[in-house]
Design a protein around this ligand. Structure first.
Ligand SMILES: NC(=O)c1ccc[n+]([C@@H]2O[C@H](COP(=O)([O-])OP(=O)(O)OC[C@H]3O[C@@H](n4cnc5c(N)ncnc54)[C@H](OP(=O)(O)O)[C@@H]3O)[C@@H](O)[C@H]2O)c1
Length: 338
């Protein structure tokens, strides 16, 4: 144990699902630590769109109340259970799968994490980058390689290539030897090209679909839209023979008709993916991908700003109001945590 672990901690939590102003900031007991768990003293937490879906109830998942919000953390081991080998007090660690499926979240001074969900933080990667990358980059890795089954030499379409998931996907796919065609606003095109995109199309162009077709006349082996703006019929039409469309955005979007003929006559497929369903083995494989991405490519998550943990409700409000371009990072102070 590093220092004394107090009995109570400051935390951002809810008593029921609902709007952002239902997030309370106050004292809760430090959570118990089971034999295969690690108690982490939290340094920083990233705020992701999915945190707002869980808090509001838009994404239904079992939540124990009072429920501490937040999915990703970076921090230091305070105490490790006897069945959590490989973790020692003071060690820097990170996690990206708290705060859903019955697990308490990360927005607190301390969080209990099952050892199989906790990863060592490399000393040469800034904690802020790691925590801001944790969710979007792991999602990009799983979408491309587990669900999209992307292989070297294939062509991949990445919509929203300057976003947090999209940028990570561009860098990961290019590093894996795929040809990447991405979309972004014009001013972001140089950055997205720098991540390895062969072509960057302006997502504001009225002829975006035509440009995407000309950029890959034989079609796309993998289609990954992170903006939620593209039309399903166009995306299916752009697929190559055997192409895979990975659907990962658009919660609550209205139903659209599937152009089924164009899908099946090409042996193409649509696969849905939510990282919330990932196994611990897949999450661990993705975590290695995240660390390689940060260590070996120019991609870094866009950090939109930093707020103290006490302003978690404000962070959710700003994110839902569309005021955030990048990730807000919540910093967690020791002591009273204000
Ligand atoms: N299924 C899963 O497991 C999973 C996991 C992680 C994230 N997600 C979802 O993935 C989505 C992206 O997350 P993120 O963190 O990457 O968000 P983000 O950083 O805000 O990126 C969103 C991207 O969409 C682009 N975009 C916005 N409006 C557009 C438009 N009208 N036309 C074309 N592109 C547009 C943005 O472009 P500009 O930069 O030019 O505005 C940006 O590149 C979210 O909906 C999130 O909930 C799903």
């Amino acid at each position: 144990m590093t220092g004394r672990v107090p009995e109570a901690m400051r935390a951002a939590y809810i008593d029921c699902v609902g709007p952002a102003d239902g997030i309370l900031y106050g004292e809760l007991p430090v959570p118990p630590v089971g034999p295969t768990d690690v108690l982490v003293r939290v340094d920083a937490v990233a705020v992701n769109p999915v945190d707002t879906f869980v808090r509001s109830g838009a994404y239904a998942t079992p939540l124990p109340f009072p429920f501490v919000v937040g999915r990703d953390l970076v921090g230091a081991v305070a105490m490790a259970g006897p069945g959590a080998p490989g973790f020692s007090p003071g060690q820097r660690v990170w996690c990206n799968s708290l705060g859903h499926a019955g697990r308490q979240g990360a927005c607190a001074q301390y969080a209990t994490v099952a050892a199989e969900r906790l990863y060592a933080a490399p000393p040469d990667i800034a904690g802020e980058h790691l925590v801001a990358a944790a969710h979007p980059a792991a999602s990009a890795w799983l979408a491309l390689f587990r669900h999209g089954r992307l292989r070297p030499g294939e062509t991949v379409y990445i919509g929203g290539g300057a976003g947090n998931v999209g940028g990570a996907a561009v860098a990961l796919a290019a590093r894996a030897g795929a040809r990447v065609v991405a979309t972004a606003r014009a001013e972001d095109a140089p950055w997205v090209r720098g991540l390895g995109a062969a072509e960057v199309l302006d997502h504001r162009s009225p002829d975006l679909v035509g440009q995407a077709r000309r950029a890959a006349p034989d079609g796309y082996d993998v289609h990954l839209d992170t903006s939620g703006r593209g039309a399903l019929a166009d995306a299916v039409d752009l697929l190559a023979h055997g192409g895979r469309l990975v659907a990962m955005v658009g919660l609550g979007r209205a139903a659209t008709e599937l152009p089924v003929g164009r899908l099946y006559t090409r042996d193409a497929s649509i696969v849905g993916f939510a990282i919330s369903n990932a196994t611990t083995a897949d999450l661990a494989a993705a975590a290695e991908g995240v660390v390689r991405l940060l260590g070996q490519t120019p991609w870094r998550p866009r950090v939109a700003g930093r707020l103290p943990l006490s302003m978690t409700a404000e962070a959710h409000r700003r994110l839902e109001a569309g005021e955030v371009r990048g990730r807000l990072v919540l910093t967690v102070a020791a002591g009273n945590g204000r």
